[in-house]
Design a protein around this ligand. Structure first.
Ligand code: SF4
Ligand code: SF4
Length: 352
């Protein structure tokens, strides 16, 4: 095969020797303390992973700083996890304590393993995407500052995976997280009839709507939207800039709970609606940070050891979940959307 400079190099050229030598031979791993894992191979080799929370939006200075640390303690090896954690991979046990001391001196938090809140997987936001209803990057920074103790300690019944998506398109894992925060628009798109026929292909605009809410308006050479069918997803704006949907007054976030990807003990679960709307309140998103902390506190107080968020709710029932959290149960929690008859509750027969 011809060698080119396209694409990343093959991963096997970059991994530490200890991983190459023990490839396929790892027996188990254990947590020594929050943020530090020991992996043991059948050959007796031991690899230590030290996980550090990153601010996610990293400056070049910060990248240089962590490379300098990796050169000093882990033979230049580090990796980023999908949750933006930095992991230093060490084959020398004696280097673990000095590395932890240096990280503490530099104010870099070690944690995110075991029964903790790991860093938040998230999408982009106001600066980077056209359809954002909230700013995932800014919100996540505020959340992780507020949840610092849950990152560095193991004080929860099980791991809690949090995800943030800045619109319903949710190009993050929001559909199946213990706590999922989704940016929502709450009004249909506004139509600029003057502009629409000049910049948009009307058949494509009609096709872009997942609920069939858009139909042609031949008189105006434009389209119209049925507000009863619109779910404010912003898909039409993606194909047609004459249908803006962002709204500083009405956009905000909804919080879902109880999802998981894991197949352990119980089947994977979708996250379900807990809080239908909280306002965008940059730069610190106080209401959302407080709501997530509260959801964690109630879970920590009431779940059995080892229960994931959704497993706990399934055991006690959703009615009790709303009572324990003190969250109001509203008509927004009843999914009567005729195009999704099989999701969540489609009946009014509740066990209150
Ligand atoms: Fe864009 Fe939506 Fe993805 Fe956010 S979640 S980056 S707004 S597509
Ligand atoms: Fe359809 Fe979504 Fe546009 Fe509403 S926002 S009209 S549901 S594409």
């Amino acid at each position: 095969m011809a060698k080119t400079d396209f694409g990343p190099p093959h991963y096997s050229t970059l991994i530490p020797d200890i991983i190459k030598e023990n490839y396929g031979k790892w027996l188990y791993h254990e947590q020594i303390r929050p943020g530090v894992l020991k992996h043991v191979s059948e050959t007796g080799a031991e690899l230590y992973t030290v996980r550090v929370g990153s601010p996610r939006l990293a400056s070049i200075d910060f990248i240089r700083e962590i490379c300098e640390i990796a050169d000093k303690y882990s033979k230049g090896h580090l990796r980023f996890t999908s949750r933006h954690n930095i992991e230093f991979l060490l084959d020398d046990k004696e280097m673990v304590e000095p590395l932890l001391e240096e990280l503490a001196r530099r104010g870099l938090p070690v944690g995110g393993t075991g029964h903790s809140v790991s860093n938040i997987v998230h999408t982009q936001g106001w600066v980077h995407c056209h359809s954002a209803a909230t700013d995932a990057s800014g919100l996540v920074k505020s959340l992780m500052d507020g949840l610092y103790d849950y990152f560095v300690e193991n004080k929860l019944p099980n791991m809690v995976r949090i995800a943030v998506a800045c619109c319903l398109n949710m190009c993050g894992a929001v559909h199946c997280s213990d706590i999922a925060i989704v940016g929502i628009h709450r009004k249909p798109p506004r139509i600029d009839h003057e502009k629409l026929h000049k910049v948009c292909e009307i058949p494509s605009v009609i096709q872009s709507c997942p609920t069939g809410a858009i139909k042609p308006n031949p008189k105006l050479k434009s389209v119209e939207v049925n507000p009863d069918k619109c779910m404010y997803c912003g898909n039409c704006y993606t194909v047609c800039p004459a249908m803006p949907i962002a709204d500083p007054e009405n956009d905000g976030v909804a919080i879902f709970v109880g999802g998981k990807v894991s197949n352990a003990r119980t089947a994977p679960k979708f996250s379900r609606l807990a809080i239908p709307y909280l306002p965008n309140n940059p730069p610190r998103w106080t209401e959302t940070v407080e709501a997530v902390k509260h959801l964690l506190e109630v879970y920590a107080e009431n779940a059995l050891p080892g229960e994931r968020y959704g497993e706990w709710i399934e055991r006690i029932g959703w009615e009790r979940f709303f009572k324990l959290t003190g969250l109001p149960f509203t008509e927004k929690h009843i999914d009567d959307f005729i195009f999704a008859p099989t999701t969540f509750r489609t009946t009014t027969q509740f066990n209150w």
